[in-house]
Ligand binder design. Structure first.
Ligand code: PLP
Length: 278
């Protein structure tokens, strides 16, 4: 199901975007993926805030929030698929040499079966060097670290490398062995009743799912921390999780070929916490 920013529905199987759109030619644009359950979008405002933040980081025009909200409603009002929708908002710099009018749309899609399986079964991940160091994001803002840009080719290449190594997910690290994030997810480490995630100042995306989980956990008396995590810490933890709008809370059971402590029960607790927000 596809809706445009002028408030109309479009056929997702018909041509829509021009071949000279800079989103296509250069990945020059931003996006969000929002989870919708039973017609209700989760964390819509934080996603729209982050879309605006990513656009600002790339000197794009400010996305028309009301137009995106209307496109979201249009898709959801007309959705005929399953209970859950992955709702993508896309906003590009528009056509090469054009008048600067951005291209934007909201596209509803089913959640991939593989991801749903991994929510239940957990997954194996590998650590991969992302080649960034603390301080780089601030020192070199043109690298767009922490922007949700359409240039995800590196993230997808990392996932293919994980597959080559017999795993299905990636934990990106700095060259000095500090944990960053997954290619499409935030990492959360649990020890006792404390949840820890790395700070977005390292050049990673501030996650809406992580924020929702931390909100629920704080309410229920857990401690939450935003601080650097060394890769070695992950092996000592009670649980390691990759979380995102589409993945929800997914357990990492194996890291770089080594089994992590069984966190099945902890996973259930975190899922309950997260779901209690909605
Ligand atoms: N980090 C990256 C690089 C992502 O692409 C995503 C989501 O796609 C996340 C983290 C998790 O963000 P959220 O929980 O807002 O979906």
């Amino acid at each position: 199901m596809l809706a445009l920013l002028d408030g109309t529905l479009a056929d997702p199987d018909a041509p829509l975007v021009r071949v000279d759109d800079l989103g296509l030619l250069r990945g020059d644009g931003v996006f969000e993926t929002i989870l919708v359950v039973d017609g209700k979008p989760r964390e819509l405002d934080p996603h729209l805030d982050r879309l605006a933040r990513s656009a600002a980081m790339m000197d794009l025009p400010e996305p028309d929030r009301a137009a995106f909200e209307r496109a979201v409603s249009l898709v959801l009002d007309n959705w005929t698929g399953g209970r859950e929708v992955a709702l993508k908002l896309v906003f590009t710099r528009g056509v090469e040499g054009g008048d600067g009018t951005p291209t934007g749309f909201a596209l509803g899609m089913d959640i991939p079966a593989k991801v749903i399986g991994q929510r239940a079964d957990g997954l194996a991940a590998v650590t991969l060097d992302r080649g960034i160091e603390p301080g780089l994001a601030e020192r070199a803002p043109w690298l767009l670290l922490g922007a949700k840009s359409l240039s995800y080719a590196v993230n997808m290449a990392a996932l293919r490398e994980a597959e080559r190594r017999g795993a299905s997910e990636v934990v990106f690290t700095t060259s000095s062995g500090s944990v960053l994030e997954g290619p499409t997810s935030t990492l959360i480490m649990v020890r006792g009743r404390t949840l820890t995630t790395p700070p977005s100042t390292l050049g990673i995306l501030p996650g809406t799912t992580q924020a929702a989980l931390f909100r629920a956990a704080t309410r229920e008396g857990w401690a939450v921390r935003v601080e650097p995590i060394a890769v070695d810490d992950l092996y000592e933890a009670d649980g390691v999780f990759l979380v995102s709008s589409v993945r929800k809370i997914t357990r990492v059971h194996t890291l770089d070929g080594k089994s992590l402590p069984d966190s099945t029960e902890l996973h259930e607790e975190l899922v309950d916490l997260y779901e209690s927000e909605y």
